[in-house]
Design a protein around this ligand. Structure first.
Ligand code: NDP
Length: 451
C-alpha cells in the first residue's frame, strides 16, 4: 500500500484519513483499495467528486461505543466493549451485521462499515451501510451466558436501531441463536413486534428463506457467472474454501450442487483435506448442530481425510479458491502458493480476506479475482428481501427467494463488468465494483446536499 500508487488527487485525501484515524490499519486498507480504484474519475469527473463527497464518505455519520457488562455462570462480572458504526445512510437505513470475536476493535468495525456502504449500493437495494459488534468471545460460553451477553448488548443498542434507522444482522460469531436473543430483548424493551429491525431471523419469527444460505450461495453463484463469462462453469472444478462457518458451509454446498468438488476447508485451528469432496451433511451436523471442530470431521469421516494444523490451506492445489473466513487471511505468500497450485479464479466470500499485495499478485498472473463487496453481497441482498417480506407481512418460498438471489448476483456481476469496461479496465472486478458503488453513493450524496 504505497501513496505513490494513488492518483495525486487521492493522495492528499488518503493522508487525511491516516491522520484522522490513527492506529486503524484495517480501515486504512479498505479506504486505500477504494481510492486506488477511483483513478479513472480522479480529476476528470467533477460531478462525482463535488462537495467533498469522498472526504465525507470516509467519515462515519455516527460511531457508538458502549460498555457491555454481563455475568458468567460462575457469577463473575465481565465487561466487554460494544460498537455500532453507522457509516452512511444516503441510500437507506444503515444495514450491516454484528460481529462477536475477541479481535473486534474500532478499526475492524470501521473497515467493515465502510465496505458495507459500497456492497449495499451494489445490490441495487435501498440500504445504507453500517456495522457493529463486540470483542466478546462466544467460544466455549454456555447458552445462558450467550443470552445474558446478547441481552446486555441490546439493552444499549436498542436506542440506536429501528426498521427505518439501522438494521443489524449476523456476522462472525453471530448466527441464528444470537440474533434470537438480540431480537427478543429488543422486542421486550421497545414493546413492538418490529420484524424489520433485525435480519437473519428464524423462519418462525419473521425470517426469510435462503437468508442462512445466502452469502455462501451468492458467492458460488458469482463465481459461476465469472466462469460463464469465459464459456466455463464450476462443473468438474477443484475448489478450496477457507473457513467453516456460515458463509463457508453454504459456499461448499452450492459449489457441490453446481458440479464442483470442494476438497478443503478450515477453521482457526487448521484445515482438512478431503480428496473425495467434503461431506457437507456431516460438516453441517458438526459445525451447526454440535458446534464442533474440524478435528471431529476428520476423525468421523475417516479414510484418507487429513487434518493439518501447521500449514496454509492455500497450499492445497485448486482451480477455484473461495476465501470465506476473515480479513487478511490470504496474504501475498498465499496468493503465490495458490498460483503454483493452478488457481484460475478467486472470489471472496469473506470481507477483505485478500491483502492488497495478494490482489496485485492475482492481477499480474491474470487470475480472475472478485472482491467481497461484490461476490459476498448475496447475504445483505437477501436481508433486504427479508425486510421486504416483513414490510408486506409476506413470506416467499425457498425457490422464489433463491431465484431472486441468483438474479441479483448476476446483475451485480454484469454491472461490475460494464463499469470496468466503461472506465478502461475490462475484466477488472475490483475497479468495476468500487466505481459502480462509488458513483451510485456519490450521486445520492450530491443530490441530498452537504449533510
Ligand atoms: P462464522 O462465525 O459463521 O464463521 C467464521 C469462520 O471463519 C469460522 O470457521 C472461523 O473459525 C473462521 N475464522 C474466524 N476468524 C478467524 C481468524 N482470525 N483466523 C482463522 N479463521 C477464522 O462467520 P461467517 O461465516 O458469518 O463470516 C465469515 C466471513 O464472511 C467474515 O469475513 C464476514 O464478515 C463475512 N460475511 C458474512 C456474511 C454473513 O451473512 N454471515 C455476509 C457477508 C460477509 P473458528 O470457528 O475456529 O473461529
Amino acid at each position: 500500500m504505497t501513496l505513490d500508487a494513488l492518483h495525486p488527487n487521492m493522495q492528499a485525501q488518503y493522508e487525511i484519513v491516516l491522520e484522522r484515524n490513527p492506529g486503524e490499519p484495517e480501515f486504512h486498507q479498505a479506504v486505500y483499495e477504494v481510492m486506488l480504484s477511483l483513478t479513472p474519475i480522479a480529476g476528470k469527473r467533477p460531478e462525482y467528486t463535488q462537495w467533498s463527497v469522498l472526504k465525507r464518505m470516509c467519515e462515519p455519520e455516527r460511531q457508538i461505543i458502549f460498555r457491555v457488562p454481563w455475568v458468567t455462570d460462575d457469577g463473575e462480572v465481565r465487561i466487554n466493549r460494544g460498537f455500532r458504526v453507522e457509516f452512511n445512510s444516503v441510500l437507506g437505513p444503515y444495514k450491516g451485521g454484528l460481529r462477536f470475536h475477541p479481535s473486534v476493535n474500532l478499526s475492524i468495525i470501521k473497515f467493515l462499515g465502510f465496505e458495507q456502504v459500497y456492497k449495499n449500493a451494489l445490490t441495487g437495494m435501498p440500504i445504507g451501510g453500517g456495522k457493529g459488534g463486540s470483542d466478546f468471545d462466544p467460544k466455549g460460553r454456555s447458552d445462558a451466558e450467550i443470552m445474558r451477553f446478547c441481552q446486555s448488548f441490546m439493552t444499549e443498542l436498542y436506542r440506536h436501531i429501528g426498521e427505518y434507522t439501522d438494521v443489524p444482522a449476523g456476522d462472525i460469531g453471530v448466527g441464528g441463536r444470537e440474533l434470537g436473543y438480540l431480537f427478543g430483548q429488543y422486542k421486550r424493551i421497545a414493546n413492538r413486534y418490529e420484524s424489520g429491525v433485525i435480519t437473519g431471523k428464524g423462519l418462525a419469527w419473521g425470517g426469510s428463506q435462503v437468508r442462512t444460505e445466502a452469502t455462501g450461495y451468492g458467492t458460488a453463484f458469482f463465481a459461476q457467472r465469472m466462469l460463464a463469462e469465459r464459456g466455463q462453469s464450476l462443473e468438474g472444478k477443484r475448489v478450496v474454501v477457507s473457513g467453516s462457518g456460515n458463509v463457508a458451509l453454504y459456499a461448499v454446498e452450492k459449489v457441490h450442487q453446481l458440479g464442483g468438488t470442494v476438497v478443503a476447508c478450515s477453521d482457526s485451528n487448521g484445515f482438512v483435506v478431503d480428496e473425495a469432496g467434503l461431506d457437507i451433511a456431516l460438516l453441517k451436523e458438526i459445525k451447526e448442530v454440535r458446534r464442533g471442530r474440524l478435528s471431529d470431521y476428520a476423525a468421523e469421516r475417516g479414510g484418507s481425510v487429513r487434518h493439518i494444523t501447521d500449514g496454509s490451506i492455500w497450499e492445497v492445489p485448486c482451480q477455484v479458491a473461495l476465501p470465506c473466513a476473515t480479513q487478511n487471511e490470504l496474504p501475498e505468500a498465499a496468493a503465490l502458493a495458490l498460483i503454483r497450485g493452478g488457481v484460475e479464479l478467486v472470489a471472496e466470500g469473506a470481507n477483505m480476506p485478500s491483502t492488497p499485495e495478494a490482489i496485485n499478485v492475482f492481477d499480474d498472473a491474470g487470475v480472475l479475482f472478485a472482491p467481497g463487496k461484490a461476490s459476498n453481497a448475496g447475504g445483505v441482498a437477501t436481508s433486504a428481501l427479508e425486510m421486504q417480506q416483513n414490510a408486506s407481512r409476506d413470506s416467499w418460498t425457498f425457490e422464489a427467494t433463491e431465484a431472486r438471489l441468483e438474479t441479483i448476483m448476476a446483475s451485480i456481476h454484469d454491472r461490475c463488468i460494464e463499469t470496468a469496461a466503461e472506465f478502461g479496465a475490462p475484466g477488472n472486478y475490483v475497479v468495476g465494483a468500487n466505481l459502480t458503488a462509488y458513483i451510485k453513493v456519490a450521486d445520492a450524496m450530491v443530490a441530498l446536499g452537504v449533510i
